[in-house]
Design a protein around this ligand. Structure first.
Ligand SMILES: O=C(O)c1cc(=O)[nH]c(=O)n1[C@@H]1O[C@H](COP(=O)(O)O)[C@@H](O)[C@H]1O
Length: 232
């Protein structure tokens, strides 16, 4: 019997399309979603979505982190809505009118508001001048994003349980900053293991380098997927 793909979005942060398409085909038996980010999209444009979706038809998460005035974000969102991504990211800090503009421009896509990047810690927020700690800032941005029409939120696993309590069960919680126990954190600050993220209430775990940097990305994805089957 084939196992149900795990709730993981593999970040295809590759320098070239062949590598990204190879990673996508290696991981798609094991995961529900692949994520196209700025590196790939800015180099190859909209065609990259069909290339990584491939024959499997895996869900594509388009991570463009839009952040501009509402009219510009509405236009950009309309421009990519025809690619039918399951998720499209915008920065929550763009404010409610911008988030609403994106949500209205792509009714068939879950607009995911990025609250506080998982690469930032409390000291970074103080430096930026954003009222912290990160746990408070995430909750504040999560509430305003959902009120403005976002149907998904991006936060770290550290905040997932509190965000879930704040926004209820209908909102998709997406958590990057995921590292298997003992793996290097690299440029991530607010990290958790896959099991911790799922147990905290995340619906979709974004995982990049721990999978794509492994000698066999397919095997790495399968191993993490298996570890999640034991989490209730
Ligand atoms: O929106 C995202 O996906 C995102 C938000 C965030 O707060 N932190 C974050 O790391 N990401 C993305 O998640 C991925 C994490 O990759 P790894 O650090 O390699 O697992 C990258 O593609 C980031 O762009």
């Amino acid at each position: 019997m084939t196992a149900v793909p795990a709730p993981i979005a593999v970040a295809l942060d590759a320098p070239d399309l062949d590598t990204a398409a190879r990673w996508a085909s290696q991981v798609t038996p094991h995961v529900s979603t692949v994520k196209v980010g700025l590196e790939l999209y800015l180099r190859y444009g909209p065609d990259v979505v069909a290339s990584v979706r491939g024959a499997s038809g895996v869900q594509v998460f388009l991570d463009l982190k839009l952040h501009d005035i509402p009219a510009t974000v509405a236009g950009a969102t309309r421009a990519v809505a025809r690619l039918k991504p399951a998720y499209l990211t915008v920065h929550a800090a763009g404010g409610p009118a911008m988030i609403r503009a994106a949500a209205e421009a792509a009714p068939d896509t879950r607009v995911a508001a990025v609250t506080v990047l998982t690469s930032l810690d409390d000291a970074d927020l103080a430096g930026i001048g954003l009222a912290g700690p990160a746990s408070d800032a995430v909750l504040r941005l999560a509430a305003l994003s959902v009120e403005a029409g976002a149907r998904a939120l991006v936060c770290s696993a550290h905040e997932a349980a509190a965000v879930r309590a704040e926004v209820g069960p209908e909102i998709t919680l997406i958590t990057p900053g995921v590292r298997p126990a003992g793996a290097a954190t690299q440029d991530q600050a607010r990290v958790a293991t896959p099991e911790q993220a799922l147990a905290a209430g995340a619906d979709l775990l974004v995982i990049g380098r721990p999978i794509t940097g492994a000698p066999d990305p397919g095997a790495a994805a399968a191993s993490i997927a298996t570890s999640l089957r034991h989490v209730v």
